[in-house]
Design a protein around this ligand. Sequence first.
Ligand code: MUC
Ligand code: MG
Length: 395
Amino acid sequence: MPGIALTMISIQSIETILLDLPMIRPHLLAMTVMQKRTLLLVRVMCSDAIEGLGEATSIGGLAYGDESPEGVKLCIDCFITPAIRGIEATNINAAMELIGRVVQGNPFAKAAIETALLDAHGKRRAVSVSELLGGSVRSTLPVLWTLASGDTQRDIDEAEQMLELRRHRVFKLKVGRKSAKEDLAHVLSIKRALGERAGVTVDVNQQWDEAQAARSIATLEEAGIDLIEQPIAKHNRAGMARLAARFVVPLMADEALYGPEDAFDLARQAAADVFALKVVKSGGLHATRRTAAVADAAGVSLYGGTMLEGSIGTLAAAHCYSTLPHLQWGSELFGPLLLGDDIVVTPLRYQNFELHLPSGPGLGIELDEDKIRFYRRDRGDVSRSTPRGPHVVPR
Ligand code: MUC
Ligand code: MG
């Protein structure tokens, strides 16, 4: 248009920072014991001086999936940043399409970048990330808690504490580290102790073979367990389909499901009743919505999963899940509560068994720069063993 100078807002720089944070207690999963959390913080600076934040993390380095925070840093620094530096910051679909051409796979890295671009654009437009995605249909999300201390009585005490605090009333139990006999005894003790006061789900993290799963699921179904997550190997979709057809208790796909293509194939094979979404598995918020759309079309229920992100990744997921028409199984967005400290000025609000979405622009979060300086791995100082944070339960 004559007389009007339209200046393109571009991506100027991308900083990736590894942060090592303490946890409130060790978290025991079948494949690893988490003693600390490594988060990769992504800071995208745009030419209008607006910064967007993103995050990628993993469970036990590479013990859970194909990407680690360190690997995501390398992917962004060496491949994504050179490709997108200087391009338009406000056309996020075009940026993601370009990244898709230069980087195969690596959905965690893609999700962290897309989160940062959405955060920046939301701040620029003074709207939340969920508004950028078309608007939220819920302002709060039910959040369960995973009991994974490794000790049955301690898990029961922890659940009682959470019920008392009105923070969680559904509990996910991690099994697969011990024999099926010991695991089932553990689950049944907790279910018996909590009775009808709480929901109980079980995550096997792929540890059973099909025959073991059939025997164990029969016991869990009889005991009133609400949902069984990834009982067998992620590649055994035919086995999942046979189990799903055999039992009434719903089976959920987690490790088996990454993006929309997995969703389509799992639905086609009737291999799960429920899908566990994770923004990093799908490769971003838009892709997560596409995965969810496949589930909706196929009549598969949805669950808002987590890679146990800190506040930034958790809020990215919360904004995304808040826009989904159906989220029948609530969420497990409790990652920040497992940390002994936080890196944001105002911690996320968990109240009355739900996570409350902030209303501010972008993700609605502000970094605590002192905490970033304190927890960054490249600080070159190992004398930082004292967690200083707000999350003091459980011990
Ligand atoms: C998983 O497999 O679901 C999510 C919650 C939790 O405790 O572990 C993760 C991973
Ligand atoms: Mg799982």
